[in-house]
Design a protein around this ligand. Structure first.
Ligand code: SF4
Ligand code: SF4
Length: 167
């Protein structure tokens, strides 16, 4: 998929500009930021077919909260500990993450096999419609190299909000 092949390169090219933009955004977030993000997020995901991509599931995977673990283990009729032992590991920040990527629960057609009970982080990825978006500037700057939709949303934000960023 072309949009994915050159995404890391395009993200690298935008790195400085994005750093400058998010620095300004964090300093003075516009009053209507939540509204703008909702609009940009919805417009982008109307055009985006995640089933043609699945790059988040293939390359990063989510954090699993205790609630996620309990819910998903129950779905497999497992107790939480054997579920953890089978699928998860603790990362450097002591969060549960997948033992390996691509995610074990992604099928060959890019469908999530546990869609109804998937982790909260998967439901919310790439977090571009969350409130107070400026608070996840660092995470978003990483996500633009993984998620073509997040990349496009950040580009649209720069056009829409300006903030005096030299482009
Ligand atoms: S959320 Fe982003 S990275 Fe994940 S499948 Fe959709 S477009 Fe691709
Ligand atoms: S649990 Fe589902 S949505 Fe989450 S990374 Fe795995 S396949 Fe993707």
């Amino acid at each position: 998929m072309k949009a994915l092949d050159d995404l890391p390169q395009r993200a690298r090219e935008k790195k400085k500009e994005n750093q400058q933009f998010f620095k300004k955004l964090k300093k003075r977030p516009p009053k209507n930021l939540d509204y703008v993000m909702q609009e940009l997020h919805e417009a982008e995901f109307e055009r985006t077919d995640c089933l043609e991509c699945a790059n988040c599931c293939k390359t990063t995977g989510p954090l699993f909260t205790q609630a996620d673990i309990t819910r998903i283990a129950k779905h497999f009729k497992m107790k939480p500990q054997p579920f953890i032992d089978t699928y998860l590991r603790l990362d450097d920040e002591n969060d549960y993450v997948l033992q390996s990527v691509p995610c074990t629960f992604l099928d060959a057609q890019n469908y999530c096999m546990i869609y109804e009970v998937r982790p909260k982080a998967c439901r919310e990825y790439p977090h571009t419609d969350r409130k107070k978006f400026h608070q996840i500037a660092n995470l978003t700057q990483k996500n633009v190299a993984i998620c073509p939709a997040a990349f496009n949303i950040v580009e649209a934000m720069k056009h829409r909000l300006g903030l005096g960023v030299r482009r």
